[in-house]
Ligand binder design. Structure first.
Ligand code: HEM
Length: 142
């Protein structure tokens, strides 16, 4: 397969997977969390679980796909570091990739090994990170 087509395909997969992962975090933080305003504790637990049982089958895998496709693109696009140091693109991409890898590391530990994140248990933290990562992924081109 032509390299450009392969890269574009992987890029598209990255966007879809990030869309699923980030989309869940948006819905969880902006809307699901608000269910506590109208439901009792018990109702909230049941309603949340009715959604989470489906989320668990999809979202963690979307995160893994995002990380795998991201690593592929990173290797292809990072380029050589010039003698005078990293370019602005390389610096921002490195920060973005580190944050993405950290999210991936947390998610994979949680899903595959049952190890819960030791830092920031709520979904607010990944939500904020995703917003920062999306911002960086656009600014790195400026
Ligand atoms: C959950 C974590 C991640 C999120 C939310 C995320 C989000 C995004 C977004 C929104 C874009 C821009 C797509 C576009 O404008 O067309 C992007 C591009 C990119 N991402 Fe990620 N990403 C994540 C993880 C990673 C990881 C772990 C890496 C690398 C190790 C990575 C490497 C890249 C690269 C290299 C691009 C540039 C692709 C291009 O425009 O050619 N990403 N990412």
């Amino acid at each position: 397969m032509n390299e450009t087509i392969l890269y574009t395909l992987i890029h598209t997969i990255h966007i879809y997977s990030v869309f699923i992962y980030g989309g869940f975090l948006f819905v969880d933080n902006l809307f699901m969390a608000k269910m506590t305003q109208t439901l009792s504790d018990d109702e909230y637990k049941k309603a949340r679980e009715a959604i989470m049982m489906h989320v668990r089958k999809v979202v963690p895998y979307a995160l893994m796909v995002a990380v795998a496709s991201g690593i592929f693109m990173f290797i292809n696009i990072f380029g050589e570091i010039a003698p005078e140091g990293m370019s602005q693109f390389q610096i921002i991409l490195s920060i973005k990739a580190t944050l993405g890898l950290w999210l991936g590391f947390r998610g994979i530990n949680q899903k595959l090994f049952g190890i819960n994140p030791w830092l920031f248990k709520s979904h607010l933290f990944p939500f904020v990170l995703v917003i920062i990562i999306i911002f960086l992924s656009q600014m790195m081109w400026v």
